[in-house]
Design a protein around this ligand. Structure first.
Ligand SMILES: NC(=O)c1ccc[n+]([C@@H]2O[C@H](COP(=O)([O-])OP(=O)(O)OC[C@H]3O[C@@H](n4cnc5c(N)ncnc54)[C@H](OP(=O)(O)O)[C@@H]3O)[C@@H](O)[C@H]2O)c1
Length: 280
């Protein structure tokens, strides 16, 4: 009997690729998104239920989970993929914007876990895979809000593994490096805000980071393919994997450095290379 996965944020990027991967492997897929009316591709596929789920809207989560169970009988795997980015200096974001990001990336993920875990506990099995980021492994310029969210998810997942081990529920993080998805367009960036010294430094840092991200994407001499992320998500659903996983040549390089170099040494190296106020 085919297994069932519920995935959040399947309107684009890794979420859509993961939905297609699971479907192609013969799974039932509850492909959730904020605006299912706009979806045309996934709705054409067999064994795919496209339905509305906004991770900040608890009734929408409960309805999508109930619909998935009604249609396919159970949910074996949850993929927490939905997320927003934020790139800019700390004060370039308002407190309301910071709160909104955490509502989606952190509390949104917890909301969906809370809706699915009773079902998994009852069945004494299940897997939960959360897409985090390299920004959840180390802080970086302009990622105060985003790193805060993704560090939170790395810690949340590790502790969740302890809380639910007794019920046979396995949990994983998948931390991608930089990949070309809609996420890496400038929609969530705040680098250009303000014209004073702080704003000018934000612009300088934004250009500095754009170069770094470009190099990360090309690390190892090849452009990373977002489908690699869907492959690792699928592997976490089907194989023996560690709790923490990275994907992408840049992420693998970073994980290796973090495992071998003292963290302080690495941070000092990053600090030494940052733009200076004299450069403005
Ligand atoms: N691309 C990268 O370089 C990269 C690197 C590391 C980690 N990540 C992480 O990967 C995950 C997927 O991102 P992506 O790269 O595939 O970018 P993406 O194409 O922008 O996908 C993000 C998805 O999240 C959905 N979403 C946002 N807010 C939501 C909400 N409140 N409820 C439900 N869905 C919501 C979006 O839906 P709408 O269409 O409704 O906006 C979209 O489907 C995110 O968690 C991101 O942090 C990405």
């Amino acid at each position: 009997m085919p297994q069932t996965v519920l995935i959040t944020g399947t309107s684009s990027g890794f979420g859509k690729l993961a939905a297609k991967k699971f479907q192609a492997e013969g799974w039932n897929v509850v492909a959730t998104m904020r605006s299912p009316d706009k979806e045309t591709g996934l709705t054409q596929l067999d064994s795919v239920l496209v339905t509305r789920l906004d991770v900040t809207d608890i009734p929408s989560i409960d309805t999508a989970v109930a619909e998935g169970i009604e249609r396919f009988g159970e949910i074996d795997v949850l993929v927490n993929n939905a997320g927003l980015g934020a790139h800019g200096l700390f004060e370039q974001y308002s407190a309301d914007e910071a709160r909104a990001l955490y509502e989606t990336d952190v509390f949104g993920t917890m909301n969906v876990c809370r809706a699915v875990l009773p079902h998994m506990r009852e069945r004494r099995k299940g897997r939960i895979i959360t897409v985090t980021s390299v920004a959840g492994l180390i802080g970086g310029p302009g990622t105060t809000l985003y790193s805060g969210c993704k560090f939170a998810l790395e810690g949340f997942t590790e502790s969740l593994a302890m809380d639910y081990h007794a019920w046979g529920i396995k949990v994983f993080t998948v931390a991608p490096g930089a990949f070309d998805t809609r996420f890496n367009t400038s929609a969530n960036d705040a680098w250009d805000r303000g014209s004073d010294e702080y704003g000018q430094y934000g612009r300088k840092m934004g250009a500095y980071m754009a170069d770094i991200i470009d190099n990360m994407k090309k690390a190892g001499g090849k452009q990373s393919d977002p489908a690699e992320v869907a492959e690792v998500i699928y592997a976490c659903a089907t194989e023996d994997r560690p709790i923490h996983n990275v994907v992408g040549v840049d992420a693998e390089g970073l994980a290796k450095t973090l495992a071998t170099m003292p963290r302080q040494q690495m941070l000092e190296g990053m600090l030494a290379r940052l733009p200076k106020l004299d450069d403005l």
